[in-house]
Design a protein around this ligand. Structure first.
Ligand SMILES: Nc1ncnc2c1ncn2[C@@H]1O[C@H](COP(=O)(O)OP(=O)(O)OP(=O)(O)O)[C@@H](O)[C@H]1O
Ligand SMILES: [Mg+2]
Length: 498
């Protein structure tokens, strides 16, 4: 077929004993957005990495414009027109935006020395796509997560790109940045550029994709026109069963009158006087737009950013939390939004990551010797509870898929069993099956009498999981819904937008 830019056939890829891809086939038409979905560990990133020269297939073929290709490096793939926006940002933090965008292909003058003027001129031109001209001389490490993601996108567009693969591009983007990304994708499509789009946000697919291919355990379950499927169809292809995402309605079951955490008039960077309390046995939702001060509030409570004013009380006692380490000792836990950077140690095994916050406790009970059997048992328990896909508990976290790395960070705080646990966007990058598991575990924790804070930008999640909803805007709580039954989405969003 003439308009086929890519045809993959019989692709196999194993890592040790793990079959990441088995006999994978995939086709991409010119100017098409083809979504690739599947559970955490299904093989999506592996396929994209093979196409773009990061990994090498064990067997099979990739025909690109009719010719078989096998790129040795990402630079080779980019120069041939295949760009990739990786799931986990891989930019060099010390280098500027421009240096990162043109890495491996700096323009040079006749004498072979880098032509910096030309580099920055070209970078400004490319960066104007997202209105980021002014940032090209900034070191990437100084930018926020959203901007870094946009830099990865710009990097994928520097050569004459024919195919661009996005691996979870919106996980770190605000609504506004997401909208701009979709505009860009539509423009690319109009130019005949083809797009492979990986996302766990199924709603997005109906907005942006033409076709969808579902992977499960490294095998293709089917390819469909997006117009011919519903969200439920996709979920059951992905998970292999129907799914009751939010479980049975058990809100207000375990709530008690005892206050687990209270903050009074909290002030910190981006936080302008926040007061609220969390009872034992209750799940409090913090909803708001990106930048509304939710994450900043949580960081301040957790001792990760200095307080400019106000007070934190744990079980009615005023406390001064000096550091996250101190917070953990006082019975607070926090699953950070940026889990790969802040939540896991990539070069350590899964089991050590899970038991890290309470390793002292595990050791103390045995006179300073670590109870290795207990450590292994706890790790196994949470691997099972979260359906964490790993060969075993000794596997290094860096060998797991992106979503499974996230699950390790979540498992760690579930296992720590702090009195109050803050979950910041716990379901970002997590597949639907695991989402249901996480919601169930949040309920179990609250039923045990823990106080749970759920920070989320996903309204259905907040409405279905929480007992009470606090709406944040401009560093303040602008409204509290004490009862979320019968609330509609528009009502909550109205407060969040002001
Ligand atoms: N470098 C590696 N070493 C060992 N195993 C790996 C490596 N990369 C991936 N795997 C394994 O291959 C399988 C597929 O992983 P992949 O990253 O492709 O999943 P994914 O579909 O992108 O999942 P996610 O939604 O979590 O990002 C997983 O079981 C993963 O643990
Ligand atoms: Mg992935």
């Amino acid at each position: 077929m003439q308009d086929l830019v890519l045809k993959s056939q019989g692709i196999n890829k194993s890592f040790g004993g793990v079959h990441a891809l088995t006999d994978m086939g995939f086709e991409l038409r010119s100017g098409e957005v083809h979504a690739l979905v599947g559970e955490n560990g299904a093989g999506k990133s592996t396929y994209i990495k093979i196409l773009s020269g990061v990994y090498h297939k064990d067997s099979g073929s990739n025909a690109y414009n009719g010719a078989n290709v096998d790129f040795r490096t990402t630079i080779e793939a980019r120069k041939a027109g295949i760009g990739m926006v990786p799931q986990i940002i891989e930019l060099a933090p010390m280098l500027t935006v421009a240096e990162n965008i043109y890495m491996g292909g700096y323009p040079s003058a006749k004498n072979g020395i880098v032509n910096w003027k030309e580099l920055y001129r070209k970078a400004e031109e490319t960066a104007s796509i997202f209105g980021m001209e002014a940032l090209v001389r900034e070191p990437v490490g100084k930018l926020g997560a959203g901007y870094r993601q946009l830099v990865e996108i710009l990097k994928a567009l520097t050569y004459d790109t024919r195919i661009i693969a996005f691996d979870e591009p919106t996980a770190a983007l605000s609504e506004d940045e997401t909208r701009r990304l979709f505009e860009l994708i539509r423009k690319l499509k109009a130019k005949g550029i083809s797009i492979i789009y990986v996302s766990h946000r199924l709603d997005e697919l109906f907005e942006i994709a033409d076709r969808i291919t579902v992977l499960k355990d490294g095998r293709v379950m089917g390819t469909r026109d997006i117009a011919a499927v519903t969200k439920d169809d996709i979920v059951s292809l992905m998970v292999g069963r129907d799914l009751n995402l939010y479980g049975e309605d058990s809100r207000k079951r375990g709530k008690t009158d005892e206050v687990a955490l209270e903050v009074r008039d909290l002030k910190a960077t981006g936080v302008h006087g926040v007061s609220f309390s969390v009872h034992k046995g209750e799940i409090v939702g913090c909803f708001g737009m990106v930048g509304s001060g939710r994450t900043e509030t949580m960081m301040a409570i957790f001792g990760d950013s200095p307080l400019h004013g106000g007070e934190v009380l744990l079980k009615g006692r005023s406390v001064k939390i000096k550091s996250p380490f101190h917070a953990v000792r006082m019975g607070l836990g926090l699953v950070p939004e940026n889990r790969i950077a802040q939540g896991v140690i990539l070069i350590a095994p899964v089991k050590n990551n899970i038991t890290l916050p309470f390793v002292g406790k595990l050791a103390r009970k045995r006179g300073g010797f670590l109870d290795l059997r207990k450590e292994r048992a706890i790790a196994r328990q949470y691997i099972k509870a979260l359906n964490l896909k790993t060969p075993d508990e000794d596997t290094q976290v860096s060998d797991l898929s992106g979503g499974n790395q996230q699950k390790v960070s979540i498992a760690k705080w579930l296992a720590t069993r702090s009195d109050v646990i803050i979950f910041d966007e716990p379901t970002h990058g997590i597949d639907v099956g695991a989402k249901a598991d996480i919601y169930r575990l949040l309920r179990e924790l609250s039923d045990e009498g823990k106080g749970i804070i759920l920070v989320s930008s996903e309204l259905p999640e907040v409405l279905n999981v929480c007992d009470r909803i606090l709406v944040f805007r401009d560093g303040k709580i602008v409204h509290e819904f004490t009862e979320n039954r019968g609330l509609n989405e528009a009502e909550v969003v109205r407060f969040a937008l002001g």
